[in-house]
Ligand binder design. Structure first.
Ligand code: SAM
Length: 254
């Protein structure tokens, strides 16, 4: 795994911290030379965002981080003017930490796949026998619950790192009397050779490690499915794209 200092969230924070003394320097230089023209706090906030975005680019952060860097200081400024109670900040922080804290390391946030994708992947499941499928990063469990209902004789497992997401999916399975299994774990600790089908909806950052693991462990004849995200330099055997699917489904026969 890459050093913690190379993680985008750490670099993004470094860009904001680096922008602070730069803004301070520009503010004081401006005030010294152009004392008749006031340099307002609002201007400093905008400049902070601009410089952080430039530093973010210099750190080779992905494009969407530049916008986050740009908008973060004004958003913080506006939020502070709302004078919200500190408990609101603490509650929001804790909620986001439980939901997305792991994203800091994995770079895979939660967003669900849709029913069109679930229907499209059925074509790649063994039609004549029971099978074992794992959804690596199962989120709230929608796909796993749907497949477990459709294939009651098969073993459908979801593995999820985020505690609150896993708990919700496990409760949904329990309340709905589903045969689906949900495990709270890192999928890296699962042996892929046990499964006929591995489904992933992760992020571009996670794909190289997933591919290495799939190549090492998946049995010949098993199927790797990735929703939306391609594996660089590895042409998929099939790419499914329908009008109602938000993103393609990539299929590799191992
Ligand atoms: C984009 S969501 C997909 C959710 C679900 N598979 C679906 O199709 O609706 C990706 C999920 O993977 C989880 N995740 C990311 N890295 C993981 C890991 N190493 N082990 C287990 N879960 C992980 C995230 O917490 C997130 O819930």
């Amino acid at each position: 795994m890459s050093s913690i200092y190379r993680l985008p969230a750490v670099l993004a924070l470094a860009a904001q911290l680096l922008a602070l003394p730069s803004v301070w320097l520009i503010w004081h230089t401006w005030t010294y030379f152009f004392s008749a023209l006031p340099f307002t706090f609002g201007m400093a906030v905008v400049l902070q965002g601009l410089l952080a975005a430039v530093y973010g680019r210099w750190f080779k952060l992905a494009v969407w981080w530049w916008f986050i860097e740009l908008l973060f200081p004004p958003a913080l400024f506006v939020t502070m003017t709302l004078h919200l109670p500190s408990l609101a900040f603490l509650s929001m922080f804790l909620l986001l930490l439980v939901l997305y804290g792991h994203t800091f390391r994995t770079q895979v946030p939660y967003y669900p796949s849709n029913r069109a994708t679930w229907d499209a992947l059925v074509e790649f499941l063994p039609a004549d026998r029971a099978f074992k499928l794992i959804d690596v990063g199962s989120g709230l469990g929608g796909l796993v619950l749907s497949l477990a209902a459709r294939y009651p004789n098969s073993e459908i497992t979801g593995v999820e790192l985020a505690p609150l997401l896993w708990l919700t999916s496990a409760l949904r399975a329990r309340l709905g009397r589903s045969g689906a299994q949900f495990v709270r774990a890192d999928y890296a600790d699962f042996d892929f050779s046990r499964f006929d089908v591995v489904f992933a909806y992760l992020s571009p950052a996670a794909m190289p490690a997933l591919w290495q693991k799939a190549r090492r462990e998946m049995r010949p004849g098993s199927v790797l499915l990735s929703n939306e995200f391609m594996i660089a330099d590895n042409q998929a055997d099939t790419i499914v794209q329908t009008a109602c699917m938000r993103a393609p489904l990539y299929v590799w026969r191992m």
